[in-house]
Ligand binder design. Sequence first.
Ligand SMILES: *Cc1c(COP(=O)(O)O)cnc(C)c1O
Length: 442
Amino acid sequence: MICVSTRGKSPAVPFRDAVLAGLAPDGGLYVSATLERRSEEWWNALRGRSFQDVAVAMAQALIGDEFAPGELTALVTSALDFPIPIIHLEDRLQVVELFHGPTFAFKDFGARMLARFMSHVHAGAEPLTVLVATSGDTGSAVAHAFFGVPGTRVVVLYPEGQVSAVQEAQFTTLGGNVSAVAVAGTFDDCQRLAKEAFANETLKARVTLTSANSISLGRLVPQMFYYAYAALQADRRQPITVSVPSGNFGNLVAGVMAWKMGAPLASFVAATTVNDTVPRYLDSGRFEPRPSVATLANAMDVGNPSNFERLQWLFDGDRAAMRGAISSSVHTDDDVRRAIGELHRRYGYVADPHTAIAYLGTQAPKPSRLRQGYGGQASPPAPKPSSPLVFLSTAHPAKFREVVEPAIGKTVQLPDALAAALERPRFVERIGATLGELSKLL
Ligand SMILES: *Cc1c(COP(=O)(O)O)cnc(C)c1O
């Protein structure tokens, strides 16, 4: 894969270099300049195959030129070793569950694949130390992603006493190559410490430090696989429309990449909270980021989605083309509570708030209150009504029990693995919020 920057002012590099770099030198994001469209026969040959088969075939086609035979298969199958159930709710409505990885959220796809790519590309030199500051969720996704990956070590900095019990249990009970460090201070102190460590030359001469960059192209490639897998399962071989609960828009970008590669996808719905910078752009043509507002679907509360730059690049800056492929729908917290109740009443399906927004995206967009503020612009095109609708479920409902339980009037069981983590002994080191103490530990 040849990777170029969205800003066009960095040299083209192979995928391996783009993965290690994270951001391009010109400040842009790496995108694939060689996303070749595959034929209908190529895709048809993958119908009826397992998720891992589809993933390996796509990975070979995309980046196989940069790995020795067998290597890529091993990386993909070890990273993506959890089930991806597709649940049929009614004729032409299905939900794809992407939360069966170790941290019960779909970020496991990107984080686990990126961890293996980084360890592989780095192999041979001294161990890679991944330093991450967390207020809760990022720490567990990164810790689990690198847990047991050879040649790597993860150090998670978190504010002592300020993360939830379940979150803390997820990254302090692993042991092995994962060190959890409780900092006497706030999340801001943790972030400052990490920044100081990355900037410290003496420390960097001694330890190979890296961050697990959230905008790395290495995270998006594995997310393409489940779009294709879901599309290949569709009844009557009809291309599907996928509703994507979107925040930073990495997930949707991966879908568009799978579509460009020729996977049988008809269109997308960008479903968002009231943090609707991209839907407003689709309506008005103006990209106007705003400070984010807190909602029930907090992983989607992004006011300035960084992957918008990739989306624009993929459509060559042509908004009409983007609107032809992507419609949008914007939802309030009240909509979310109502949708969680409706999914449960109609289908007996229990959804978390992010998934509820994706579900709402499958309903033909009505001109909502929110939209009336858009200066009389026409509503965006509705999802193609003829194609089967699929929505992506991105988190386990037990992670959001306090919202889900009142909406369905029932308790939600913690998954066994989460319940077990709460019982296990914790391995925590404690430090004051100084670089001196952190350096000693590294
Ligand atoms: C991160 C996240 C999203 C949003 O995904 P993007 O790729 O940032 O658009 C949706 N749901 C959950 C549960 C998430 O953690």
